[in-house]
Design a protein around this ligand. Sequence first.
Ligand SMILES: Nc1ncnc2c1ncn2[C@@H]1O[C@H](COP(=O)(O)OP(=O)(O)O)[C@@H](O)[C@H]1O
Ligand SMILES: [Mg+2]
Length: 307
Amino acid sequence: MRTGRSLRQRGAPALVDYCEQMRYRVLARARLVAEQTARREAQQMAQIKSDFISMMSHELRTPLNSIIGFSEILAQPSTFVNDSDRVNYAQLINSSGKHLTSVVNGILEMSKIQSGTYQVTLAPTNLIEILSDVVATMEVVAHKSGVALETDWGTEEVVVKVDDTRLLQSVRNIVENAIKFTERGGRVTVGCHLNMQGAGVITVSDTGVGMDEAELARAMTPFGQAGQGISGDAGGSGLGLCIAKELTQLQHGRFSIRSAKGEGTTVTFTFGEPSHQMAAAGGGDEQAAGESRTQQLRKAVSSHVGH
Ligand SMILES: Nc1ncnc2c1ncn2[C@@H]1O[C@H](COP(=O)(O)OP(=O)(O)O)[C@@H](O)[C@H]1O
Ligand SMILES: [Mg+2]
């Protein structure tokens, strides 16, 4: 305004008009860009929602079809089914039922996470105690699968702020995966240490089948499964990795996964990292960008799973 008045005083009305026109054009352009961005975001959101619904329906329908189909055959008095087929069909019904349970549980879990009803209570915790519990509960599974379950930590406590229940749940998911995708004779190692910044680092490494880049990207999407488990069937919901990552982020932690086909996989959780806590409070860049996608997914899940 001051510039405009002084220009007018100097008798340059045409220049003032020109400046105002430019200002108007810049504002109009900014408005247009904002509208286009909002429209694009709305379209992306609609796409995410529809992808999520179709994935969810597929995941629910597949085991349901097996249950209905095989139970109909068994219930049909006129159809002859020999003993070995009967057992086979009953086992398929049973495994489909279990699969359905894990899919429904996974969806409810994701829904709970995004709805904000998850109580996360961060308190100073010795990570090694939690990991010892996880290892103790997974030892039987590892033994049955012929996989050695080892630990790698020192005598020092690793105390950082986490939610012990959520941490246990996330790490157990990851150790379960590590065992499931490692052949007999392989090894799963759960490690823990304090890094130079005083953050608590947990690693779960396996010598299993590993994933290439495309498989890893697929594995990190909801319901995404890179391949079959060692026992032939991947089982599970394909939501375990997403849930573990979400739960880690709820605790202001960082979740990362590295994998190489045929060489194994390492998942790393980092808790109590000063820079990441700042990012969680709104100052981050890379992480914040990653989370906006997660938040979109949360919204998509929330509006379709219901809670
Ligand atoms: N440690 C691992 N080694 C190889 N593949 C893995 C590992 N962990 C996860 N995956 C792949 O990622 C997919 C998704 O894992 P997850 O989200 O836990 O779902 P689920 O275990 O229910 O299949 C798995 O089906 C598998 O293909
Ligand atoms: Mg899993």
